[in-house]
Write a protein that binds this ligand. Structure first.
Ligand SMILES: [Ca+2]
Length: 233
């Protein structure tokens, strides 16, 4: 996860305006402290823009780890938001959220230990459904929204965040790390480039001391360094 941006978002307007703080340079991905200690209707979060247009059905991995020092009053840990376009018009239709606190099959949020969360198979909730609840898996969401894809809004469509839950996050201090998002890739170049006609062995001609010789193309740089010229004499 690279080229991320830190930003603060108003918590009372999930589907509307996004307030992005200027002057926060992108940094390489690593362990990030996310805390709600000073939450004032603002969300500390990290945002990623590299997945714009990726269909949810193409995701092959989606997991991350959290470390909570102080859980606040709501057993919270850092969560993931996905901005989703369901009809491929480039306009966001939904925000899906994965929160460790709502997982039923991956243990409960614990203090002072790293915990791994599998968001690909875990439970999410949706803004458009007025959640949480209901909770659902990504696969069930895809079944009812087969064209759902990640869409960038305000600089990114994948957000790792904390806060925005009111009193549940009061005093929260924690970290998140190693967010992994795997995506199917498709190679549309079905055939390898063909060698030039007449050069089936990947040979090239060089002029070597007045004589035209054929050499392997891998040897060309060495020949050129010795004063040979590429091509026939
Ligand atoms: Ca849309």
């Amino acid at each position: 996860m690279e080229r991320e941006q830190r930003y603060l978002r108003r918590c009372d307007d999930r589907l509307g305006r996004v307030r992005q703080r200027p002057g926060h340079a992108a940094r390489g991905y690593g362990q990030r402290a996310v805390h709600g200690r000073h939450e004032r209707r603002l969300l500390p979060a990290l945002r990623q823009s590299d997945y714009n247009g990726v269909k949810l059905s193409a995701l092959t991995a989606f997991d991350y780890s959290t470390y909570v020092s102080h859980a606040g009053s709501g057993s919270q840990a850092a969560y993931v938001d996905l901005y989703v376009d369901n009809n491929n018009d480039g306009v966001r239709d939904d925000i899906l959220t994965f929160e460790p606190v709502y997982q039923t099959g991956q243990g409960t949020v614990a203090l002072n230990t790293w915990q791994h969360w599998n968001a690909l198979t875990g439970l999410w909730w949706s803004d458009s459904m007025g959640g949480p609840p209901p909770l659902f898996t990504l696969s069930s969401y895809i079944a009812s929204h087969p064209d759902a894809r990640i869409v960038n809004v305000g600089g990114g469509g994948v957000i790792l965040g904390a806060g925005c839950g009111g009193a549940a996050w009061t005093g929260f201090v924690g970290n998140a790390d190693k967010l992994t998002i795997g995506v199917n890739t498709y190679d549309f170049e079905a055939t390898q480039p063909k060698p030039p006609p007449g050069n089936p062995d990947h040979k090239v001609l060089v002029c070597h001391k007045g004589h035209t010789i054929s050499i392997d193309r891998h040897a060309l740089p060495a020949h050129l360094r010795h004063g040979d010229k590429q091509g026939a004499c």
